[in-house]
Ligand binder design. Structure first.
Ligand SMILES: *[C@@H]1O[C@H](CO)[C@@H](O)[C@H](O)[C@H]1NC(C)=O
Ligand SMILES: *[C@@H]1O[C@H](CO)[C@@H](O)[C@H](O)[C@H]1NC(C)=O
Ligand SMILES: *[C@@H]1O[C@H](CO)[C@@H](O)[C@H](O)[C@H]1NC(C)=O
Length: 527
């Protein structure tokens, strides 16, 4: 049987910190309302500025800085920020002083250019990742899209999402502070503060969904790009959050209001207790999100709408791009749940589906034409398709349909059929199969940071960057000379294949199937 408790690891990147490829030439400075920004000119045609955007005390809301400062009190403008504390990372690579961002400014953008800005929100299940993870150097992307690219950090795991006093969404508030800070300083670098587009992958896309689900951040960006959002999970309920919090408080033996006790905890103690809560999340509460137990909470103040089909959708006038990769769940199915070279017989499909979706939803799946197993084949093929449809692809399409039906901005939906293997995924043989595109394999294609790209990868990078450039400038990702990307309608999302002609076959993402005949988790658990 499937090992449920370790499955959430599959969404986390296991990658090591990248050796940063930027070759430093000269220090450069820019005058901002908060003081002088120091950066370093790269040989690749963009200047990099790292900055601390907010101060934070453990488990208190962060406060936007009032003076420009390099991250972590560095005095070398080439210094990169330490990441936020996380499991599977050496303690020397992280600090609680992690609310920093990195700006990549193309050489021909400067004060007065009024260029658009793309803010990248990294993924990693809300408990890992950083602005310095592999492939996230924004120089190439900024130059290709004629924009400033900014990669931000926010507090993760228990430090960002389990404040013991019962408050919620610290990591979301950090992100809002990052955007507020950026709107104050980006004009000094040549950015137009009214033309900020958010883009994020996985939990980063989930963060964007959280920002769309309440009024607080609405004035801080004009459009958004959500790549591989595990939309199925919805937001955490207040009841689940309270349960996780009290479990965590018991594990660290501090009472909710004992700040001295919280301050005295070591990071290791906090990460151990966090890991315990995450590993036991599903047995504590069946509605917990398998892939990311700690995530934004529908608190009624910061996040005011579930932004899913359980409630009327608000009308939000922001254009969206929504993308998936073809094989989102290969790392989960083949890398974590059912690894190994041997095929799994058809009964494993039913047992696994029972374990995760329950017998009722499984019965509907088995009676459908979408996941028919082959008696002589490997049932992981159907489980992979199920995982991709259930957690990512179909709920993302449903989100797009709802957005359009509510009269929001335009939506364009796409799917990568070509990727670039993200560090960590090369350990999963099935991610290397011809035509497989695993979760995270879109990142280096977008950033143009694939180390030795094939002609097909280079061509896709050029196409995606051209579409993003157009979307940043005009809200429309269509470009002369490229295939027409039809906007989503409230019934047919017209999902475009990236790297192959034509639209993505609808199959189980038919509105009558996923979200209707079979409920998403946010429907099933009434989140
Ligand atoms: C907060 O950030 C500012 C820079 O704006 C710095 O001067 C100050 O020392 C920081 N405060 C704390 C408490 O870290
Ligand atoms: C920067 O250079 C690129 C390539 O030459 C050009 O397309 C773009 O318009 C320039 N941007 C600005 C703000 O001058
Ligand atoms: C990737 O997805 C395609 C389309 O669903 C499927 O045919 C293929 O088997 C998948 N690859 C792997 C390795 O699961």
């Amino acid at each position: 049987m499937v090992v449920v408790s370790s499955l959430f690891l599959a969404l986390c990147s296991l990658s090591l910190l990248a050796a940063h490829p930027l070759v430093v030439r000269d220090a450069v400075s820019v005058s901002t309302p908060l003081g002088t920004a120091q950066g370093v000119v790269g040989v690749d045609g963009a200047t990099r500025f790292a900055v601390r955007y907010a101060n934070s005390t453990r488990w208190a809301p962060s406060a936007i800085v009032t003076e420009w400062a390099l991250p972590n009190d560095a005095d070398d403008p080439a210094a990169l920020p330490l990441q936020c504390p996380q499991l599977n990372a050496d303690a020397s690579t992280y600090s609680e002083d992690c609310l920093s961002m990195i700006l990549y400014v193309p050489d021909n953008i400067s004060v007065g250019s009024d260029a658009p800005t793309l803010v990248w929100i990294h993924g990693g299940s809300f408990d890992s990742g950083s602005a310095t993870f592999p492939g996230l150097d924004g120089s190439n992307l900024g130059i290709a899209t004629d924009s400033i690219v900014v990669v931000i950090q926010y507090r993760l795991g228990a430090l960002g999402f389990l404040p013991p006093d019962g408050s919620t969404n610290l990591g979301v508030q950090d992100t809002i502070n990052a955007l507020t800070f950026l709107s104050q300083v980006v004009p000094s670098f040549g950015g137009d503060a009214s033309r900020i587009t958010l883009a994020g992958q996985s939990a980063g896309a989930g963060m964007i969904r959280a920002l769309l689900a309440g009024p607080s951040a609405s004035s801080l960006f004009k459009s958004a790009i959500m790549q591989s959002d595990p939309t199925d999970y919805g937001f955490t309920s207040l009841a689940t959050q309270a349960l996780f919090q009290s479990t965590f408080n018991d594990l660290v033996s501090c009472s909710p209001s004992d700040i001295a006790c919280h301050t005295a905890l070591t990071i290791d103690t906090i990460l151990d207790a966090q890991s315990n809560v995450e590993n036991n999340a599903l047995s504590l509460d069946p509605s917990a999100a398998l892939g990311e137990p700690l995530h934004p909470v529908l608190d009624g103040t910061l996040i005011t709408s579930p932004l899913d089909s359980t409630a009327p959708f608000p009308t939000i006038d922001k254009p969206l791009l929504l993308t998936n990769v073809r094989n989102e769940s290969v790392p989960t199915i083949y890398g974590v749940a059912l690894p190994g070279p041997d095929a799994f017989p058809p009964v494993v499909f039913e047992l696994s589906s029972d374990a995760f979706l329950g017998v009722d939803r499984t019965a509907v799946l088995l009676a459908s034409p979408f996941y028919e197993t082959d008696p002589d084949g490997d049932s992981r093929v159907q489980l992979e398709r199920l995982g991709t449809d259930y957690i990512w692809r179909c709920p993302t399409w449903t989100f797009g349909r709802n957005w359009v039906a509510a009269g929001g901005g335009s939506v364009h939906v796409g799917m990568y059929t070509i990727g670039a293997t993200y560090p960590g995924n090369e350990e999963i043989p099935e991610c290397l199969f011809d035509g497989a595109v695993c979760h995270q394999d879109d990142i280096m294609i977008l950033f143009g940071t694939t180390s030795t790209p094939t002609p097909a990868q280079s061509a896709l990078t050029i196409e995606i960057q051209a579409r993003y450039k157009a979307f940043l400038a005009t809200n429309d990702p269509n470009v002369d000379g490229l295939d027409n990307w039809e906007p989503a309608m409230s019934s047919d999302v017209h999902a475009m294949q990236f790297g192959a002609p034509g639209e993505v076959p609808v199959l189980a993402c038919d509105p009558a199937f996923w979200g209707a005949a079979v409920q998403y988790d946010y429907q099933f658990f009434g989140l």
